[in-house]
Every structure is written in C-alpha cells, then in structure tokens.
Design a protein around this ligand. Structure first.
Ligand SMILES: Cc1cc2nc3c(=O)[nH]c(=O)nc-3n(C[C@H](O)[C@H](O)[C@H](O)COP(=O)(O)O)c2cc1C
Length: 186
C-alpha cells in the first residue's frame, strides 16, 4: 500500500479571524484520500535578527517550524496580500526557515493559495510568493492558481468555506499537489 503524503499547512496571517487560515482549513478538509494534513502556526517566530542568530543560533520556535517542514512531504501555504505582496510575518517565517544548514524548502513540493476581500484575491502576493520560494528551490505547483477574491462572501461565521465553486478550486489544488508530490518522490 502506498504511504500517505504528509502535508503541512502554513497560514500567512496571525489574525484569529483570518480568511487565509479559513482557506487553509478548507484545504485540509478537501484534501484527497492518500493525504494526511496538519496545520501549524507562525505566531511564535520572532523577527529575524542576524545578531540573535549569531549569538544563540536558531530560536526554538524556528527549529520546531523547520522540523515540521522537513518532516512534511509537501506544504500548502496560504498568503494574505499586504500592499501588493505577502505578509511580513510570512516573509519573516520563510527567511528564518531559509537559514543554513539544510534549508528545508529545498526540493519541497508546495501548493500556494490566498484570499482577500478585494476582487484580485492575492494575485500580486502569490506572484511574489512564487518568486521567493523559487529562490529557495521550493517546487511550487504551477497550476491550478487559486485566488479567492471577495473573501467575506465565501466563508460562513464558523470559518467554513461555503462557496461551492471555490471549494472545487481548492479540491483541485489539493488533488494536483498529491499527484505532483508522488511524482517528485519517485
Ligand atoms: C497593511 C495592509 C495592506 C493591505 N493591502 C492589500 C492589498 O494590497 N491587496 C488586497 O487585496 N488586500 C489588502 N489588504 C486587505 C487584506 O487582504 C485583508 O485584511 C485580509 O483579510 C488579510 O488576510 P487575513 O484575513 O488572512 O488576515 C491589506 C490589509 C492590510 C492590513
């Protein structure tokens, strides 16, 4: 029997009522058979400080984050759009994760998606996220692109993704990630 693909979900927002955490939850719920999904948080990761790193090495929260990435076969990252780019907290988490040795994004299959209340649904943030992850040799799934605009109309008060066409897009993304990750694992 084929071993299940382990997927780590990373939300790019700290907000309790984050639409992007809701989207991540939907990604986990809509993952196909053959995948096990676990989400993490990036709240405890401090701001990157090279002096701190030189004096004390990687903080425990960063070590734990990197260990989770290493242990995962694939990642799903949901990004908000802040001023036409990704959130500072997500960039900061990626910056810490990228430090040597054995940077854990190298060769990792990654699906990205994002949601915002605006019409463009994080199209600009996702372009930047692709560029950042490519620099780390992260293997970002090329298609499908999942940009969820009008976030306020797509989730209910409990945080569930209720918009059926959007659920179909997210389901398709997770199915594509499964196929891609199996291919990459050989
Ligand atoms: C500083 C700031 C900049 C923002 N810039 C954009 C933007 O460029 N494009 C966009 O669609 N939404 C923008 N927004 C709105 C966010 O998309 C919205 O707050 C979203 O809900 C954040 O994601 P979250 O719900 O996962 O926390 C901005 C919000 C903030 C606080």
């Amino acid at each position: 029997m084929t071993a299940p693909i382990k997927v780590l979900g990373i939300p790019g927002s700290l907000r309790a009522a984050s639409f992007n955490r809701m989207a991540l939850r939907a990604a986990g719920e809509l993952a196909p058979e053959g995948m096990v999904f676990e989400a993490c948080e990036i709240r405890d990761i401090p701001m990157y400080d090279g002096d701190l790193e030189a004096a004390e090495g990687l903080p425990d929260s960063v070590k734990a984050f990197r260990a989770k990435i290493h242990a995962a076969d694939a990642l799903v990252i949901t990004t908000p759009e802040y001023n036409a780019s990704i959130s500072g907290v997500l960039k900061n988490a990626i910056d810490w994760a990228s430090r040597p040795p054995q940077q854990p994004l190298d060769g990792k299959p990654i699906a990205i998606l994002g949601t915002s209340p605006g019409a463009l649904g994080t199209v600009r943030a996702q372009a930047h996220l692709r560029q950042i992850l490519a620099n780390l040799n992260g293997l970002v799934l090329v298609q499908p692109n999942v940009m969820i605009g009008g976030a306020g109309q797509r989730f209910d008060a409990t945080g569930a993704l209720t918009d059926e066409p959007t659920r179909e897009f997210v389901r398709g993304l997770m199915a594509a990630l499964l196929v891609f990750t199996r291919k990459m694992k050989g």
